[in-house]
Design a protein around this ligand. Sequence first.
Ligand code: HEC
Length: 115
Amino acid sequence: MIQSWRKALAALVCCAFVYGPAFAQSDGGDAAGDAAAGKDRFYTCIGCHGIPDYNNAYPTYHVPKIAGQHAAYIESALKSYRSGARKHSTMHAQASSLSDQDIKDIAAYLSQQKP
Ligand code: HEC
């Protein structure tokens, strides 16, 4: 009995250590996105929305430039694609898989990029 308690406690301490910083960040930090996480999340978008540091954008595909846009603009654009208020099948598909936090993170990341 005491043994398993110890194990449980060890697991708890371990998890608190691993997830602690993430919790600390979402604590009150809800208003702002996490640009580093947004950069990871934006990986799937680069193919179409190439940004200066990445040269693998599809050259013949016309997409809006979104680097350097205001975070609030990007956030609202993605939310309206997700809800269908703004109609575009490709972007609807892209935005559907994003959570509110993903959208905030991506918006934070993009708004920090140079246009
Ligand atoms: C297959 C190509 C493709 C991919 C992948 C893609 N997009 Fe788009 N995106 C587009 C196109 C095309 C538009 C223009 C749609 C329109 O006319 O409303 C667009 C529009 C946008 C806009 C609105 C820009 C504006 O000026 O209003 C945002 C923001 C955006 N995309 C973000 C993203 C994010 C974030 C991802 C990744 C999760 C992503 N896109 C992935 C093609 C793509």
